[in-house]
Structures are given as C-alpha cells and as structure tokens.
Design a protein around this ligand. Structure first.
Ligand SMILES: [Zn+2]
Length: 113
C-alpha cells in the first residue's frame, strides 16, 4: 500500500482517531453531541478529514430511513461512523452530507499541537 497522505488540523480542540491519532475534525465542526451511534454516543460533524467513505446503503435509523455510507479512518482503516448522504424525512434533511463519528472512536486534544 502506498503512503497515506494525512491532513493536519489546527484549532483549540481537535478530535482524532483513537487508534492511530490522526486528526479527524475541529471543535468548530461539531454540530451536535447528542447522536446515537452503534456503540453509544456519537457526534455530528459538518466536516471531517482523513476518512474514506464506503459504498452507500439505505439504513433505517432511530429517526427513519436514510441513505448512509460508512466512514473509515484513511490511515488505520478503523470504522469510525458514517456519513449521511440522503434523509427521507424533511425534518432530518439538515444531516445530509454531514458526518457521524462514534465518541468511543475519538480522542480529543486541547491546544499545544
Ligand atoms: Zn486511525
């Protein structure tokens, strides 16, 4: 496998992959901390980096039918969460093209990077 190009974020608080510590998102990109992931609490982000998006599939979640795609860390391939591609309920449309990351797969670092 070739060398993985890794992006680095700067900000007061960075969310990183708990397995390989690569940067995933900034605190400023957090839209909600009250989502439910497969393994407990999950965060909704407006933007993430260093992830690859898997094939899309339709999935019935707590809030109804959505078209989603799994997200994997680009560096260590750990499954981190999913991306919302399409929501079928008008009230859920704001989640389209946003990213869910499982809290249990994240570590945070505050400043000093
Ligand atoms: Zn990783």
């Amino acid at each position: 496998m070739g060398r993985v190009y890794q992006k680095y974020l700067s900000g007061s608080k960075i969310y990183s992959c708990s397995t390989c510590h690569c940067h995933l998102a900034c605190h400023e990109d957090v839209m909600s901390k009250s989502f439910q992931g497969r393994h407990g609490r999950a965060y909704l982000f407006a933007n993430v980096v260093n992830v690859s998006v898997g094939p899309k599939e339709n999935r019935v979640l707590i809030t109804g039918l959505h078209t989603v795609a799994d997200l994997h860390c680009n560096v260590c391939q750990t499954q981190l969460g999913w991306k919302y591609l399409e929501a079928f309920d008008q009230a859920q449309k704001y989640k389209e093209n946003k990213f869910i990351l499982e809290k249990s797969k994240l570590i945070t670092s505050e400043g000093g990077w």
